[in-house]
Design a protein around this ligand. Structure first.
Ligand code: SAM
Length: 440
């Protein structure tokens, strides 16, 4: 045997092995759940093998391209028969109960009830191969206990608490409808449609549905009906830097996703859930995207007050003026420093009593004197340092909690930890920029 060729072959094999190890991926297609899902999809006209399920070391379960997807080409095309929408629910055994109910339930609740019921039916359910691959639990704040909610940045804490309250309200107000479904089940509906079950179904719908408009059904409430659960397609993870075109094609009767930039063979095929910052990704989807270009650190009112001059007799009035002009919301730090809104709010807060007449022009973008501008940069630096300290404390507490946590607790803590680390990164950049400005 030719020795050079043999060595070259060994080198190539080693390189190939190394490449595989670097990816640290675990394919899942051979697992019983996925074999059954593929069979189920095949029966409904989806036969493509160009994406396979894989466990990726960084994003968890997702889909890998088995062949290069060229720019503008199809990533996936899922036939209508595979989609689970409110039309599916309104054609099911649950339809009569929904149609009879007044006031009509929302499209979201209809989908949740159907998912809970189908999960309860287990192998007897037509949708079992799909329901079987759905996560058993989620890392969305709806699942977080209070001590984990408290470790979120303040502005996100507020949104997460509101979301929990809205969910609680949905659960309470749905009790009588759940009870009306009793004839369909042997088990009491109180046990079946528990708070845990609704939370699982709600998160399944919220984290996995694709946007698809439907004709409004007269049997459902007026809330927009834009959800479609899309088995297999919903294994695609999000990447903020990827662009796709997605939608239901009325001619092919398929839900189609096209890649704008393409995807290389053996790489994870990503889609884009929208231009969301990390707060939104965590709130709605239970994860954080590293180096997310849309991410910012929010300055809430409590933090803003830290950077202000308490001796300023006009402080209350200034804050009220900012509030009335919608300038106390969306004040942020990004990778490129403080936002225009934050600096504008600070400029107004920097004004001296005799500069009262300039309030309006400053909010419209007028410049202030160099000494006021320096005051603003120093205040921004104070805010940045305060937020950094808050992050350090949260990260220390997270490390303590992680020690005694169980698996699902650990997953929640890790998501919050990655959010806090991403924020530290942004604040570090901002601090550098502000310090440079002060040195000039
Ligand atoms: C539509 S599903 C995608 C498939 C999902 N990973 C699975 O195993 O079923 C959306 C969920 O995937 C996860 N996810 C999506 N993109 C991610 C990413 N870039 N990094 C980590 N998790 C991600 C989040 O848990 C999100 O709620």
């Amino acid at each position: 045997m030719n020795k050079t060729r043999c060595r070259a072959g060994r080198r190539a094999r080693k390189k190939r092995r190394k490449k595989h190890e670097d990816f640290s991926i675990v394919t899942l297609s051979h697992e019983a759940q996925f074999v059954l899902l593929r069979r189920w999809l095949n029966e409904r006209g989806f036969t493509s093998q160009s994406l396979i399920p894989v466990n990726f070391h960084d994003t968890g379960r997702g889909l890998m391209a088995t062949q290069t997807i060229k720019a503008k080409n199809s990533v996936i095309s899922l036939p209508e028969e595979c989609l689970l929408t409110t039309s599916t629910v309104l054609k099911s055994y649950m339809a009569d109960y929904i149609k009879r109910w007044h006031p009509p339930i929302s499209p979201l609740l209809a989908l949740c009830c159907f998912l809970i019921s189908e999960r309860h039916h287990g192998e007897a359910s037509e949708w079992n191969p799909y329901i079987d691959i759905l996560p058993k639990t989620y890392t969305c704040p709806l699942y977080f206990p209070d001590n984990v909610i408290e470790l979120l940045p303040r502005s996100l804490q507020k949104k997460a608490t509101q979301q929990k309250e809205q969910f609680q309200e949905l659960f309470s107000s749905s009790q009588t409808f759940f009870h009306s479904l009793q004839p369909l089940f042997n088990q009491p509906t109180e046990e079946l449609f528990s708070q845990d079950a609704l939370r699982w179904a709600w998160c399944s719908v919220n984290t996995r549905t694709v946007y698809m408009e439907h004709d409004q059904s007269k049997y459902l409430s007026r809330e927009k009906d834009v959800y479609a659960l899309a088995p297999y397609l919903d294994l695609l993870n999000h990447c903020p830097n990827v662009q796709v075109e997605a939608g239901f094609n009325k001619e092919t009767r398929c839900y189609e996703i096209r890649s704008v930039n393409g995807c290389k063979k053996f790489q994870q095929a990503f889609i884009n859930y929208g231009p969301h910052d990390n707060h939104r990704l965590l709130l709605e989807y239970g994860f954080v995207a590293p180096c997310n270009p849309h991410s910012v650190v929010y300055v809430d009112l409590e933090t803003l007050k830290v950077g202000l001059d308490e001796k300023d007799k006009q402080l209350k009035e200034k804050l009220l003026y900012l509030k009335d002009n919608d300038f106390l919301r969306n004040l942020t730090f990004g990778m490129d420093g403080p936002s225009w809104r934050l600096m504008t709010a600070l400029r107004l807060l920097s004004l001296k009593p005799q500069q009262y007449t300039r309030w309006k022009s400053v909010l419209l973008g007028a410049a202030v004197s160099q000494d006021r501008e320096d005051w603003c940069i120093e205040s921004a630096l104070k805010l940045c340092n305060n937020l950094t300290e808050d992050n350090v404390k949260a990260l220390e507490r997270l490390a303590q909690l992680k020690e005694g946590a169980n698996q699902s607790g650990l997953e929640q803590l890790c998501v919050v930890e990655s959010l806090r680390r991403e924020e530290q990164n942004i604040l570090g950049h901002t601090r550098g920029l502000l310090q440079n400005l002060l040195r000039q």
